[in-house]
Design a binder for this molecule. Structure first.
Ligand code: HSE
Length: 298
């Protein structure tokens, strides 16, 4: 039996679409036991909605590891205690996949490296921006090379920074949110994002919240997704007017802002909640610390 604690993640971080993500101290707990009797039990977030059969993504991810290692598992008993809201842009599916592959790898005798596990979960998820920080913690920038190899680098997150998430009370599937994106974008829009994303990574590395507040905008995905998240554009605008970094978290609908102390985080949270409320959107505000370790056995 193995239990893993896997962090929530926020992908894109403004202009870093499909390339940048960071880990937060909000967790799903995945317990995997080899057992002849197949069973999946879920408590917490998504308990009513998540697939309980062999289509469950934790189960599928575990099977990919068994296929890779040749480990003859008798069967699986999976227990999930979920604290990451489902389909809100906080990496719940990445956490499930990472829990599945790490758990199965340990049951198989830890034959696969974390890099190989990253390749498996990226292949399932399609892009590494959530799964990489879920595995490694911190802020991770990654790319898939033409050879198919994944290259990534991690920046430790400042422990004193406060990550404020406004989680609307409706779900938005990544599929739907990606369907809203155009097939082509103007060259100037690509330059707009490229010119910011390097500075975003440097701002995290140099712990420069002021710089981050100036350059975390995006024009590749957020404008196209605004129709799916009422109030999002105004929330982004009002927090930016305070000089603070703010972005849609992953495919949404959660919005992430960053502050450098508790009182300010609470004020920004209230601003986000009040602005969403003007658009008839209720949201839960949480102030989270960063996670710099990634998924861990507990
Ligand atoms: N980069 C992805 C997106 C994250 O924005 O669609 C969600 O999986």
């Amino acid at each position: 039996m193995v239990t893993l604690r896997v962090p929530a993640t926020s992908a894109n971080v403004g202009p870093g679409f499909d390339a940048v993500g960071l880990a937060l101290d909000l967790y799903n707990y995945v317990t995997i036991t080899e057992s002849e009797k197949f069973a999946i039990n879920i408590s917490g977030e998504g308990a009513q909605d998540i697939e309980l059969g062999t289509d469950n993504i934790v189960y599928k991810a575990a099977q990919r590891v068994f296929d890779e290692t040749g480990f003859k598992c008798k069967g699986l008993n999976i227990k999930l205690e979920n604290h990451i809201p489902v389909a809100r842009g906080l990496g719940s599916s990445a956490a499930a996949l990472v829990g599945g592959v790490m758990g199965a790898n340990i049951l198989s005798g830890s034959q696969l490296t974390k890099q190989k596990l990253l390749e498996i979960v990226t292949d399932i998820e399609g892009h590494p921006d959530n799964v990489a920080p879920a595995l490694f913690g911190g802020l991770v920038t990654s790319t898939i090379l033409d050879t198919g190899d994944i290259v990534w680098r991690k920046v430790e997150l400042d422990r004193d920074w406060k990550f404020v998430v406004a989680i609307p009370d409706f779900t938005l599937s990544t599929k739907l949110s990606r369907e809203a994106l155009p097939e082509q974008i103007p060259f100037t829009d690509a330059v707009y994002n490229i010119s910011r994303v390097g500075l975003v990574v440097l701002a995290f590395q140099n712990r420069d919240l002021r710089l981050l507040g100036q350059i975390m905008e995006d024009c590749l995905h957020q404008p196209y997704r605004s129709a799916l998240v009422p109030g999002m554009t105004e929330v982004l605008k009002k927090v930016k007017q305070q000089g603070r970094p703010v972005a849609l978290s992953g495919a949404g609908p959660t919005v992430l802002a960053i502050a450098d102390f508790d009182k300010e985080a609470r004020e920004i949270g209230k601003l986000m909640a009040d602005t969403f409320a003007e658009h008839q959107v209720n949201c839960l505000i949480q102030v989270l610390d960063p996670n710099n370790t990634g998924a861990e056995v507990i």
